[in-house]
Design a protein. Structure first.
Ligand SMILES: [Zn+2]
Length: 395
């Protein structure tokens, strides 16, 4: 069955169910006239034709989404690897470094959208397995030879039909999680295997071939960024996950800036700022409404928390926690061998677009202060490197 037929059939089934329900409710009645019959294929063709414009629009959206997922996966990888050394055992996982979707991922969409998604992600050809949609550069998945379009059909000899199977296998030590930015296959780390993630065998269909690849996942910080659809340049951390808005992805000038933002949010989680904040009675009243807005000045008019419009929650950290996150994140960048010389410019540009920027802010250190400190942290890192000292934040 081709994807088009599969989509159509699902859609038709739903339509039949609705008609059936209506008939049950109102009883059967036959028509008085002999109405000309129509060919299903012609109806489908017309359906596609009537939705042609919407399909093109949707395709554009899907491609932008794909690019964003790939970008965030690529830039966050070295950050999460470099952050691992700062993690407690409950803050790290091991990751293969590929993004995948289930064949069942699109069933909630209309048929024309399903067609686009199937074309864009290489799904819709079969009903079983998980399709690899991206392989991160330098990841164990890439080294093991996994390719985009590979269909994972078994894991350690256990058949995988869909996401539920992954969850079931999770109980045996492998964890499946689904993120807003894509799905990741993670190997749950227990203290026992903390420093030595086991090798996993993935059975893969590639075209007409079936192959088994052995992969040893990479241990790293478990805070894979979730992309939030919002024009406001923003990023936040809630202790469990980190979030980056599409507005922030557009605002950053280069990968290094995006990596700095990711590292900053990872640092909040690693340092358990949320927990520490909760135990601080002075800011206790703010917990739960907290807001970690890197771009505070740009969004202050939207500080009305009821207008947040999502369930992610926002967090206000104390200024000192912000300074700590800025400090640690620069070291994470340096450990990942990402240039830190120009990160300071981020704060200048932030002030440029935010109109007026005060030197005082209730929640965050000011942009001028963060600019100056960024230069100081960079200098400290350079000095340690020059004399061969380890890249350890000073205590
Ligand atoms: Zn922050």
């Amino acid at each position: 069955m081709n994807p088009r037929d599969a989509s159509l059939n699902k859609w038709k089934t739903m339509a039949y169910v609705r008609v059936f329900l209506v008939l049950v409710m109102f009883g059967c009645s036959s028509t008085s006239y002999k109405i000309p019959s129509v060919n299903e294929k012609d109806v489908w063709k017309e359906y596609i034709s009537q939705n042609a414009k919407r399909m093109e629009e949707f395709r554009k959206t899907v491609r932008i989404y794909k690019d964003r997922v790939r970008k965030i996966a690529d830039v966050s990888w070295p950050i999460l690897v470099a952050s691992e050394r700062f993690c407690d055992s409950d803050q790290a996982d091991a990751n293969f470094g590929f993004v995948f979707v289930s064949e069942k991922s699109w069933t909630k969409y209309e048929p024309y959208k399903q067609m686009v998604l199937n074309e864009e992600f290489g799904t819709g050809k079969k009903s079983e397995g998980m399709v690899v949609t991206y392989v991160i550069d330098g990841s164990p998945a890439q080294k093991a030879g996994i390719q985009i379009g590979d269909r994972i059909i078994a894991l350690n000899g256990k058949r995988i039909k869909n996401g539920k199977d992954f969850k079931r296998i999770a109980e045996n030590g492998l964890l499946y999680i689904s993120h807003g930015g894509g799905a990741y296959l993670l190997n749950k780390i227990t203290p026992r295997v903390k420093d030595n993630p086991p090798t996993v065998k993935l059975k893969i269909e590639r075209g007409n071939d079936v192959l088994v690849l052995s992969i040893r996942p990479r241990r790293m910080a478990k805070y894979h960024p979730i992309i939030v659809s919002s024009e406001k340049p923003n990023a936040f951390a809630n202790g469990r996950d980190i979030f980056v808005t599409t507005g922030m992805m557009d605002f950053v000038k280069n990968d290094e800036e995006l990596q700095f933002i990711i590292a900053h949010e990872v640092a909040h989680n690693i340092e358990r700022h949320i927990d520490k904040q909760k135990s601080n009675s002075l800011v206790g009243s703010l917990a739960g409404y907290a807001l970690d807005v890197l771009a505070y000045n740009m969004t202050r008019t939207n500080l009305n928390l009821s207008s947040a419009g999502n369930t992610i929650g926002h967090y206000i950290y104390s200024k000192d926690f912000e300074r700590e996150a800025d400090y640690l994140s620069m070291y994470i960048l340096a450990i990942a061998k990402i240039p830190t010389d120009n990160i300071s410019n981020f704060w200048r540009r932030l002030s440029d677009v935010s109109g007026t920027t005060g030197i005082y802010s209730i929640t965050h250190p000011s942009n001028p202060e963060r600019f100056v400190r960024s230069i100081a942290i960079n200098k400290e890192i350079k000095e340690k490197q020059a004399v061969g000292l380890p890249l350890k934040p000073s205590k």
